[in-house]
Design a binder for this molecule. Structure first.
Ligand code: HSE
Length: 374
């Protein structure tokens, strides 16, 4: 099967390396590159050379960003070419449009590499969905922030120093906002919810990150027998669902608290399967390339993912609610009790209310931090 690759960066190179090392049925026949980097006969800087080539069955999009990736994916699907993408931002934004375009043109959309890198999380959710409704999912979906929290917990270093180390290792971008403010996890949560709950999740979900997490915060949670992890989470119940991204206190003896370095751990639950956990590398050239090659092998074997957004689930924020711990100097939320170390415990609010409360707190103390405690 002939494929074209859009984007020859970290992930794209991983796809080429795995295919070139011998996956039999696959051949990378075209690579879209900037003109100055076109140094192989199969490289082109003109997308028309790809979309108009009838021999190409599949387009592998590993460019990242919204445009031109969105336009290229739609054009490829409209030309009847299946698309395999690792681009979580574009799928989170245009999932339903891509699914409709694929269906209308006899093509397929494969998204395993968008969430959890090399971990077969999307495939796992789809398999669970064949028998059970997914009642909930949650996960450490961002390796950079897990690395930061893990290193801070282990070495007692402050956030800034560990972030610099993460940037040195290539885990964190020069502008780390998408990771540390939860935007990357937001995209992965939208995709996970869409697959797990069969809903085109377009809700403006509550998102908070770990930008203000300090060594003292981790010591406070450790004194309670807990660690903190940035989790993407979703729940569905009786025709409704809710999703959120927020720092969450987890039991210090839990599997989440033990996830080291930049690894991911994704969990879901169904009535007959019970709780399931998927652990592995959520980023990187070869793990993410591996997920894309797996998708291509499925395509070559005639295995097609099925997305069905027709159930019309309602969004109900009360499905994700619980107690929160908030630290903000000079800010005392009503109904909250002092919990020590400058923290207040706020009982029984929704994730949406918690996010609003955090905004209020940040306007008083820009270093405020909040975590869900279940
Ligand atoms: N920045 C992401 C992470 C890359 O750290 O997990 C993989 O999506």
């Amino acid at each position: 099967m002939k494929i074209a690759l859009l984007g020859h960066g970290t992930v794209g190179r991983g796809v080429v390396d795995i295919i070139d090392s011998g996956t039999g049925a696959l051949e990378v026949s075209r690579i879209l590159e900037l003109p100055q980097f076109c140094n192989e006969a199969r490289m082109t800087s003109n997308f028309d050379d790809i979309v108009e080539d009838d021999e190409i069955d599949a387009v592998v999009e590993a460019m990242g960003g919204l445009e031109p990736a969105h336009g290229y994916i739609v054009r490829a699907l409209e030309a009847g070419k299946s698309v395999v993408t690792s681009n979580k931002a574009v799928v989170a934004e245009f999932f339903e449009e891509f699914v409709d375009a694929a269906r209308a043109n006899g093509a397929s959309l494969f998204i395993e590499a968008t969430t959890g890198g090399g971990i077969p999380w999307i495939a796992g959710l789809m398999k669970v969905r064949r028998v059970d409704e997914v009642s909930s999912f949650s996960g450490i979906m961002n390796g950079t922030t897990n690395y930061i929290v893990d290193q801070m917990s282990r070495s007692g270093a402050e956030f800034g120093a560990v972030l610099e180390r993460a940037q040195g290792l290539g885990y964190a971008e020069r502008d780390p906002s998408a990771d540390i403010d939860g935007i990357d996890v937001k995209n992965k949560t939208i995709i996970s919810a869409s697959v797990a709950f069969d809903v085109a999740c377009t809700h403006d979900l509550p998102v908070s990150g770990i930008r203000n997490l300090t060594k003292a915060d981790l010591e406070f949670f450790a004194s309670r027998g807990q660690s903190v992890r940035l989790l993407g989470k979703g729940v569905q119940e009786l025709g409704s669902y809710a999703v959120a991204v927020e720092p969450t206190a987890v039991d210090a003896r839990s599997m989440e608290a033990a996830v080291p370095d930049n690894f991911n751990l994704l969990s879901c639950e169904g009535a007959t399967i019970g709780p399931l956990k998927f652990y592995g590398q959520g980023a990187g050239s070869l793990p993410t390339g591996n997920a894309m090659v797996q998708d291509l092998l499925d395509l070559a074997a005639g295995v097609r993912p099925i997305y069905d957004f027709s159930r019309g689930l309602a969004y109900d924020p009360t499905l994700l609610s619980g107690d929160y711990l908030i630290r903000a100097a000079g800010f005392e939320p009503s109904g909250a009790e002092p919990a020590g170390a400058g923290y207040h415990r706020v009982p029984d609010i929704t994730a949406e209310q918690a996010r609003s409360l955090l905004d209020e707190a940040l306007s008083v103390d820009p270093t405020a931090f909040m975590a869900a405690i279940g």
